[in-house]
Design a protein around this ligand. Structure first.
Ligand code: ASP
Length: 411
C-alpha cells in the first residue's frame, strides 16, 4: 500500500518524486512538488522516502456566540485535494477543524460544521448523487443552519447547482464553491473562493448560487445564479461566467463587502421544500452539419421522452430532421436551445424554425442547454409529458429571463 507515502520512482528514463495519491486503477498517481498529479503505468519503485503518513494537527474549534451557523458539505474536486495531499488518506476526513486550520479566516465569519458526502471528481457525478446531495442540504436547512456551502469539482458544478435549484426551494443561501488550482499551488484560488462563499452563505440570499473568482486577481468573487452560470475556461481562475443574466452580486476580498447586482431571491422569501424526483431518460443532443435524425429515433426507441437539442444560431437543425422531430414530439418533450449560449432562441425567423415549432418543439428561450436538460429531468420526474411540455417553457427558478413580445429582444 503506497497511498499517502512519498516515493521516488524511475519512469521513462527519468526520476520522479512525490506523494502517492489514491487511484481507482492500477496506474500509480503521484502528486509532484509542483502540485501536478502524474500517472504512471510502467515504473520502477526506487525508494519509499517517508514511511509515515503526515498527520494534520487540528486545533479544537471554539464556537462563537452570535455568529451564523454554516454547514460545509464536501463532494470532492480540486478544492478538496490539499487535504488529501497532506494526510495522504484515500477518503480524506474533511472535518470542520481541518477546513478552519487551512482557512482560519472562516472562523471569524461563522461557526462551521462539516460533512464529507463524497470525495470524487465532478465528472463522476450522477443524477442519483444530485438527489442524495439535495436531501442532505434539505435536512441541514431543516435543522436550522443559516446557510450551506457545497464544495464541488468545477467541471460539472453548474449541473449539480441547477439540479438543486429545481429540486429544492430554499429560504437560505445554498452556495457552491470550487477551485481551479489546488491549494498546494501558489496560484490557488481555493481559500479566497471559500471565504467569499462563506460571506455569501451568511448574506441576504435565498437561492442556489455559485461563488468563484471574478477576475484573475485576488480582488473579488462573483455570486452567480446557479441556473445561469457556466465554466467557460479550462484553467483560468475567472472561468465561471453568468450567461444571459448578470451575476447576482460581488464579494470583495479581503473586506467581504457584498454589492448586489441583479434581482435575486432574498433570505426568507421562499419556504423550504424538496421535490427530489428526476427522470434520467432525458438526453442533450448537439446538432452539427450532417448529423442524422436517427439519433433521435435511437433514444426514442430506448424509452427516452425528454430531448434537449443544442441547435445552431437562433435554434435550428437541418430540414431533414423535421419529420422525425414531429413523430418524437407526439409523446415526448423536445426543447430547442442554442450553441451560441448568449442570446435567446427564436424559431419564428427562418423557415426551419417555423417547421420545428409546427412539429411541436418548445423554444428554450435564453436557457443554457445543460440547464434545460436538468430542468426537463426534473419536470418529467414530477409531471406527465403534457404538463412537463407546458412547464418547460415557463420560468420556474430564474433559469430563463421572461420576455414579452416576439422572441424578446432578438428582433
Ligand atoms: N475535474 C475536476 C472536477 O471537476 C476539476 C476541479 O475540481 O475543478 O472535479
Amino acid at each position: 500500500m503506497l497511498e499517502g507515502k512519498r516515493v521516488r520512482i524511475k519512469a521513462k528514463d527519468r526520476i520522479f518524486e512525490g506523494l502517492v495519491m489514491p487511484s481507482a486503477t492500477d496506474t500509480l498517481v503521484i502528486k509532484l512538488d509542483s502540485g501536478y498529479n502524474v500517472g504512471f503505468k510502467d515504473y520502477e519503485l526506487l525508494e519509499v522516502i517517508e514511511d509515515e503518513k503526515v498527520v494534520v494537527e487540528s486545533p479544537e474549534l471554539e464556537r462563537k456566540a452570535g455568529l451564523p451557523e454554516i454547514k460545509i458539505i464536501s463532494t470532492g474536486g480540486t478544492i478538496a485535494s490539499k487535504v488529501d495531499y497532506k494526510t495522504g488518506a484515500v477518503t480524506s476526513q474533511f472535518s470542520a477543524e481541518e477546513i478552519v486550520s487551512e482557512v482560519p479566516e472562516l472562523a471569524e465569519l461563522c461557526n462551521i460544521d462539516a460533512e464529507l458526502l463524497y470525495n470524487i471528481l465532478s465528472e463522476n457525478m450522477k443524477p442519483a448523487y444530485w438527489i442524495e446531495l439535495a436531501r442532505g442540504v434539505y435536512k441541514t436547512l431543516k435543522k436550522g443552519y443559516d446557510g450551506v456551502i457545497v464544495t464541488h469539482g468545477t467541471d460539472t458544478m453548474s449541473y449539480t447547482a441547477s439540479a438543486l435549484a429545481f429540486m429544492l426551494s430554499t429560504p437560505k443561501p445554498v452556495v457552491f464553491v470550487g477551485a481551479q488550482r489546488s491549494s498546494d499551488r501558489p496560484s490557488s484560488d481555493a481559500a479566497m473562493n471559500l471565504i467569499c462563499a462563506a460571506q455569501a452563505a451568511t448574506a441576504d440570499l435565498g437561492e442556489v448560487a455559485v461563488v468563484m473568482h471574478a477576475t484573475t486577481n485576488d480582488d473579488f468573487c462573483y455570486i452567480h445564479r446557479g441556473v445561469k452560470v457556466r465554466k467557460l475556461h479550462t484553467s483560468r481562475r475567472d472561468a465561471f461566467q453568468s450567461v444571459n443574466y448578470p451575476p447576482l452580486g460581488k464579494v470583495e476580498y479581503p473586506s467581504g463587502k457584498i454589492t448586489w447586482m441583479a434581482e435575486r431571491f432574498k433570505r426568507g422569501e421562499r419556504g423550504l421544500e424538496l421535490r427530489d424526483k428526476l427522470e434520467e431518460k432525458v438526453v442533450l443532443i448537439k446538432f452539427f452539419p450532417g448529423l442524422r435524425p436517427d439519433v433521435l429515433e435511437y433514444y426514442h426507441q430506448e424509452g427516452y421522452r425528454g430531448f434537449v437539442i443544442e441547435g445552431t444560431g437562433l435554434g435550428h437543425v437541418s430540414t431533414d430532421w423535421v419529420d422525425t422531430v414531429k413523430r418524437v414530439c407526439e409523446d415526448s418533450v423536445v426543447v430547442m436551445t442554442s450553441q451560441c449560449l448568449w442570446g435567446r432562441v427564436c424559431d419564428r425567423v427562418y423557415d426551419t424554425g417555423r417547421y420545428l415549432l409546427k412539429a411541436g418543439v418548445v423554444e428554450g428561450e435564453d436557457m443554457l442547454p445543460e440547464v434545460a436538460l436538468v430542468k426537463l429531468m426534473w419536470l418529467l420526474g414530477n409531471y406527465d409529458v403534457d404538463e412537463a411540455r407546458r412547464k418547460v417553457g415557463e420560468n420556474l427558478v430564474g433559469e430563463m429571463t421572461p420576455t414579452t413580445g416576439y422572441c424578446g429582444k432578438v428582433l
